[in-house]
Design a protein around this ligand. Sequence first.
Ligand SMILES: NC(=O)c1ccc[n+]([C@@H]2O[C@H](COP(=O)([O-])OP(=O)(O)OC[C@H]3O[C@@H](n4cnc5c(N)ncnc54)[C@H](O)[C@@H]3O)[C@@H](O)[C@H]2O)c1
Length: 254
Amino acid sequence: MSMEEFSLGDRVVVITGGAGRLGRRFAQTVLRHGGRVCLLDPGFAASERISDRELRMAVDITNSEQVKSASEEIRRSMGPVYGLINNACLQPEGFFRSMEEYSLETWRKVMAVNVDGLFICSQVFGREMADNGEGSIIHISSIYGVSGPDFSLYKDLSFNTPPSYAASKAAVLGLTRYMATYWGHRGVRVNAITPGGVQDGQPEIFVNRYSKRTPLGRMAKTNEMDGAAIFLLSDASSYVTGHNLAVDGGWSVW
Ligand SMILES: NC(=O)c1ccc[n+]([C@@H]2O[C@H](COP(=O)([O-])OP(=O)(O)OC[C@H]3O[C@@H](n4cnc5c(N)ncnc54)[C@H](O)[C@@H]3O)[C@@H](O)[C@H]2O)c1
């Protein structure tokens, strides 16, 4: 295999949550591998054409009309969509409440972005890919979609990992398998990446506890999701579908 297989060769990749930490990083990675990007995120003040390779759109993925009109605009201005990284997530007010105190309102807001938004984007862009006979969709899950949390990591800290996150990230894996078999015969591959915790200014005590709990002995760096994303988007993984690629330092092995 040559490095050619890892090139995206001008293909258009849509990234939801493209203004966030991992979203920005995925965008740089796609651009470095020759692709073009459309970033959907209400975090952008306005829609803006950054270059002939990058379009940023202030789009709320829970709004199917906004997603549909974004897809038409992308097709008009950049051409057919080949890739989709369903990466957006939401931590609304009350996100870190305990199981007993968790409000249904917060639960629904999390589900609306992490599950409904992913479903809407997959419906709109997946349909286009299936009509074109090719495409690659990546869902971003989490270790908490795969394993139960070790609550001792969060003892006496102001944050934790809530039930809405576990439920939404497990749903993402179910949809990965469903969509892989649904669209497989039409040339659309659907896979998941399960990132472990990325080190990003968390308190030292948490970083130490997390590192001890991880076979590789540390948290992830933001750039360590790049290889998985390019592998799953590119022809290097042309016979891979329905797979969940854990990039978690071995967390989910124990
Ligand atoms: N950072 C980590 O440690 C980690 C670990 C495991 C999994 N993940 C997963 O990776 C993905 C990215 O995480 P991150 O750390 O970059 O998060 P982030 O909070 O930095 O970025 C998420 C982005 O999603 C956007 N978003 C929220 N609601 C939206 C909507 N309705 N429509 C479109 N975009 C919306 C936000 O504006 C934000 O820019 C998430 O799915 C997350 O669950 C992250």
